[in-house]
Design a binder for this molecule. Structure first.
Ligand code: HEC
Ligand code: HEC
Length: 314
């Protein structure tokens, strides 16, 4: 698939100048509604933690200022440098407004209309409410300006052709499905919202096809081919239970990084805990663990049995 995508993009860009021009001009995204809500800085800061904005956009290793630009993000498609999101007007978001911010975060589209690379985890934020966006924006306004730019992404041809991302979006941009499910507890639903949405656990725990799209049939089934040789195991209920996880030891591990065997999480999972889940409330960690251990299946079949009318033979 990756080869197909490369061939497709390369072929289009070498041969079909008109096709490319059409694709470059092809408008994407929706105009966001005006956001008039007042944001809450504390709630926004908490959501920025839960969502990894701070983790990705801060270069901890080099002692970088918060949100001033992240450490290199190595992927199969090249190396990305998460940009400066501070209030600096030239290098950060100083000149942005909440509508531009909303469009970037929920739709993955820059103020000039070009699409962002999915190395920015915007597909997981698509269901953020206007209030959540207003909260995040309020929190981002409190970040002191830093006048440095992240390096240019180091992405080879054809992935350096941003218009090619429009094809990627058309094929793989899907709803994160974080809406509440009627017959499940508030706790389970809160866990679902965090795990499937903000905390973007499936960014690593779901297998990807060769074009970098998440494989919907492999949801949470694990990914053996993460960049840097990391392997993320399956986090489906059966797999977790088989390896000794319970709601309690899982929420404890997400807070402390310590697993039931007394080990600590390795590789990128260690960073997920250190820069993300360790900042969350016990109630939210318990909710995430509840959602993961109970899973979707029962809910889905309950929905199916309600939604599917029984045939009648009279
Ligand atoms: C996995 C790493 C990662 C996470 C998590 C992440 N980002 Fe980013 N972000 C990126 C990368 C990489 C880019 C650059 C994308 C591009 O150039 O196409 C980016 C770009 C952006 C931009 C565009 C900036 C510009 O100058 O155009 C905004 C705004 C942004 N991110 C906000 C957020 C917010 C808000 C969150 C949390 C809700 C977040 N990001 C979480 C990696 C991340
Ligand atoms: C950046 C990639 C990444 C993200 C995002 C991520 N994980 Fe992980 N996860 C890993 C890796 C890699 C491992 C294996 C760690 C190890 O070998 O110690 C792992 C291991 C785990 C394990 C242990 C499974 C086992 O039985 O050993 C659990 C549970 C887990 N992750 C849950 C989560 C949850 C919940 C989230 C969302 C908050 C999440 N992960 C987000 C990469 C990730």
């Amino acid at each position: 698939m990756r080869q197909v995508l490369i061939a497709g993009i390369a072929g289009l860009s070498l041969a079909g100048a008109t096709t490319v021009a059409a694709l470059v001009a092809w408008p994407i995204g929706r105009e966001p509604e005006k956001i008039v809500l007042t944001g809450d800085v504390q709630r926004g800061a908490y959501l920025a933690r839960a969502s990894g904005c701070i983790a990705c956009h801060t270069n901890y290793e080099e002692g970088g200022a918060p949100l001033a630009g992240g450490a290199p993000l190595v992927t199969d498609f090249g190396t990305f440098y998460p940009p400066n999101l501070t209030t600096d007007s030239d290098h950060g978001l100083g000149d942005w407004d909440v509508e531009k911010f909303a469009k970037a975060v929920r739709q993955g589209i820059a103020p000039d209309g070009t699409p962002y690379y999915p190395a920015f985890t915007y597909p997981f934020y698509a269901d953020f409410s206007d209030q959540q966006i207003a909260d995040l924006w309020a929190a981002f306004q409190t970040v002191p300006p830093v006048a440095t730019s992240a390096p240019q992404h180091d992405v080879g041809f054809p992935f350096d052709q941003r218009w090619g991302l429009k094809l990627w979006r058309a094929a793989f941009f899907s709803d994160p499905q974080t809406e509440p499910v009627a017959n499940r507890s508030a706790e389970w639903n809160r866990g679902r919202e965090l795990v499937r949405g903000a905390a973007h656990c499936s960014a690593c725990h779901t297998g990807r096809n060769l074009a970098g799209g998440r494989d919907p049939n492999a949801f949470f089934a694990g990914n053996d081919a993460l960049p840097g040789g990391n392997k993320a195991p399956a986090i489906l209920p059966d797999a977790l239970a088989k390896r000794g996880w319970t709601i309690d030891n899982l929420s404890y591990a997400l807070r402390s990084g310590i697993t039931p065997s007394g080990d600590v999480f390795g590789g990128s999972m260690g960073e997920v805990v250190q820069n993300g889940t360790s900042f969350l409330t016990n109630a939210d960690l318990q909710a995430m663990a509840t959602y993961l251990m109970e899973g979707e299946v029962a809910a889905d079949s309950a929905i199916a049995s309600v939604a599917t009318p029984q045939p009648t033979y009279d």
